[in-house]
Design a protein around this ligand. Sequence first.
Ligand SMILES: [Ca+2]
Length: 491
Amino acid sequence: MPHSSNPETKDAAGPSRRTVLAGGAGFAAAIAGLSLLARQAHAAPQPRPHVVYILADDLGFADVGFRGSDIHTPHLDRLAAEGATLSQLYTQPLCTPTRAALMTGRYPLRYGLQTGVIPSGGDYGLATDEYLLPQALQQAGYKTALVGKWHLGHADRKYWPRQRGFDFFYGPLVGEIDHFKHEAHGVTDWYRDNDLLVEDGYDTELFGAEAVRRIGTHDPSTPLFLYLAFTAPHTPYQAPQRYLDLYPRIEDPSRRAYAAMITAMDEQIGKVIEALEARGMREDTLLIFHSDNGGTRSRMFVGEGAVSGELPPSNAPLRDGKGTLYEGGTRVVGLANWPKRIPAGQVDAVIHVVDMLPTLGALAGADLSRSKALDGNNVLPALLEGQDGRTGLVYNIEPTQGAVRRGSWKLIWHAVLPPKIELFDLAADPGETRDVSAAHPELVAELQTEVVKLAQSMAPPLFYGTALKATLSAPLATPSAALYDLGSQDD
Ligand SMILES: [Ca+2]
């Protein structure tokens, strides 16, 4: 099926609510609404909603049914049709930074997680002096559970989910596992709470079954925060045969497995919804779904598993993908569904994943005074009433590159030699095809000043220390026989 050239209209389950509802509501009114809600943080709605927060891993922007894909996602399509599709939802371009931003409400540049992901050999984690979303919700009386991938520190138990505000944890700690063997580099990475676990099964189905169990045994009179972080459709591309059999017409084995993984995830999401209905919790549940970053379009970011053929994810009509600062890496497929409160339609407000902590915190009546200075805003007015979202955002700031958005203007500064500055008008050119920096030198200078200011305040990337150590201690990649051959050729 062809992809629309305009993401603003293609996925519209109804007319844009920003257009219909926001009307003359200007920025000042939006700000007034935000601060009013901030003051009302302790007057949360009663009963407070359950929150089911579902993350996909490396899902392409275009790779769900409600964006016109041939990949079957009937349960997500229904959630999208009955809820709000989020047309401008932003994350960080990689796993670890996005998860950190979600947990803290703060950009990863604040605590050194802005570069790369925590690799298997990395001994660092999300700083333990950060106050996390599950801690805030737990303090507010929520039961908190993580089912799925963590990727915010594994080398020391102090970084693990049970020590960071989750009453329950089931899943892997690192970024990429074999979906059947649950191991990375031959080491099992699969836990229940703080205990290593060996069990058979396909991870996506195990996550779904565990989520259903958590809901099935939950007392509905207590609010639940269930963070369901799938490892699908991250590499390696693997799926049980019955899902592969759904796609006989896809010849490329990588794309067939990728599609099968997405449908397997969708099926589990359907089971989670059934479980909520069976417990009478569905109407009072805010369900948020999105990808942690864009689909992979470069082999540099594909992960450790080999992929044959063309890389399967599509972020059409957005440019590039995972690991980059272009929209395909950072603007993700997403939706919010809360039958009682969120009307059906498309929300065009600019929302960043750092906004989720203050938003959910406000709903829960959580005390966020223990958080360090938040980068996120409460976006309930955007979700519930179609009001405007943020007017700017920081894509990322690293020693080698940075990008910021102001209104519809986006500056990307590639700082490594040879350096390059790009300016895009996302309203006119969401696909980032026309660099207009030469035509707007003053705006470029202003945005560069903003990037420099942020760079001066950033924490040094923790990834660099690990990368350097790994480089210095790595064994010689060439087998000795090959060295001998090389020596022979010198003769
Ligand atoms: Ca990811």
